[in-house]
Design a protein around this ligand. Structure first.
Ligand code: UFG
Length: 334
């Protein structure tokens, strides 16, 4: 049986492909390589370069991969500020891509999908920690595009029997412990990799976006999960559906919040570098505090994250950064 991973050359996708292979699964990867990296894909996975909007391409893949036990779908855009400027790009790629994929799954009789949803579907939370049953009222088009995906898959389940698990990620960080794969975005917008670019001397300083939020030190509070722990949750979710359980949605977080200033301090300790920083205005679309209630994933899926110390998470990202200062370009990739 084969697991097809869409977006398997991206940051979270490539770590999930790697974990699937380590655990003995047969894996096929689909990626258009717009934001992903061919070198990030474990060489034991079969690779198909193409786009999820391209129905003929999906048919070609699913005609070759005839024994698919499930699909894990990461292929989406995920930058909140970009989505505020160009919402149609997000609805087209994320929501539209999901429709094409589901049609192909329906026609090829593939009945299980695990997909990347997000804490951004909740918007400004009504309570902390955020529970899966809390209202989903996104404050940006990225979150709305993912919420639409959750709704479309729900109705596809009822109509076509395609079972799903929506995994609502909070903040993801870190890299595989051996430093062979890691995070490589162009441009980089995320806090921890930007801090590490400063630590490595590639940027002069960090700008802390907003210091007047109603939090312990005025900066945004986020809930960080190690990328390998996140990857493992996808595999547990697939096994959950294979065991005959019904469709479901889970938060993936640590239930602990760190302010941006606390992350900066942890990174200073993890790297031993001074990492200069300055206060800057708020960034559009940022909720004040996002912390997950994540007991449901632990209880129902049996998820047991291995990393519970944010400094250890940052150390794995720093290891990747130091061994791959130019990301995957170090491997001769264009
Ligand atoms: N930040 C800075 N300076 C920077 C970059 C980020 O202060 O140079 C701040 C942001 O303003 C925010 C925090 O660091 O307060 C974290 O920002 P990230 O961009 O790293 O992550 P986000 O919390 O904005 O977004 C992440 C994912 C989204 C997802 C969201 C849901 O990237 O896809 O979590 O929680 F929707």
């Amino acid at each position: 049986m084969t697991v097809v991973v869409l977006g398997g050359a991206g940051y979270i996708g490539s770590h999930t492909v790697d974990r699937l292979i380590e655990k003995g699964y047969d894996v096929a990867v689909i990626d258009n390589l717009i934001t992903g990296h061919r070198a990030a894909v474990n060489p034991k996975a079969r690779f198909y370069q193409g786009d999820i909007h391209d129905r003929a391409f999906l048919d070609e893949v699913f005609n070759k991969e005839t024994n698919v036990e499930g699909v894990i779908h990461f292929a989406a855009f995920s930058i909140v500020p970009e989505s505020m400027k160009d919402p149609l790009k997000y609805f087209d790629n994320n929501t539209g891509g999901m429709i094409t994929l589901l049609k192909a799954m329906r026609d090829h009789d593939i009945k299980r999908i695990i997909f990347s949803s997000t804490a951004a579907t909740y918007g400004e939370p009504k309570q902390i920690p955020i529970k899966e049953t809390d209202p989903q009222i996104p404050t940006n088009p990225y979150g709305e595009s993912k919420l639409c995906m959750e709704k479309i898959i729900h109705w596809s389940d009822l109509a076509y029997g395609i079972k799903f698990v929506a995994l609502r990620y909070f903040n993801v960080a870190g890299a595989k412990a051996d430093g062979s794969i890691g995070e490589d975005h162009h441009p980089e917008t995320h806090l921890i990799p930007i801090i590490l670019q400063v630590a490595a001397g590639e940027r002069t300083g960090l700008k802390i976006f907003g210091t007047d939020y109603p939090t312990k030190d005025g900066t945004n509070v986020r809930d960080y999960v190690h990328v390998v722990d996140l990857a493992d949750a996808h595999i547990l979710a697939l096994e959950y559906l294979k065991a005959g359980n019904d469709s479901n949605a889970f938060n993936l977080g640590s239930s602990t919040g760190f302010s941006n200033k606390e992350i900066l301090e942890a990174a200073r300790e993890a790297t031993g570098q001074p990492i200069p920083a300055e206060d800057a205005p708020r960034r559009a679309g940022d909720p004040s505090t996002l912390i997950a209630a994540s007991d449901k994933a632990r209880k129902v899926l049996g998820w047991k994250p291995q990393y519970d110390d944010v400094k250890e998470i940052i150390k794995t990202a720093w290891n990747w950064k130091q061994t791959h200062p130019k990301g995957y370009n170090d491997r001769g990739e264009a």
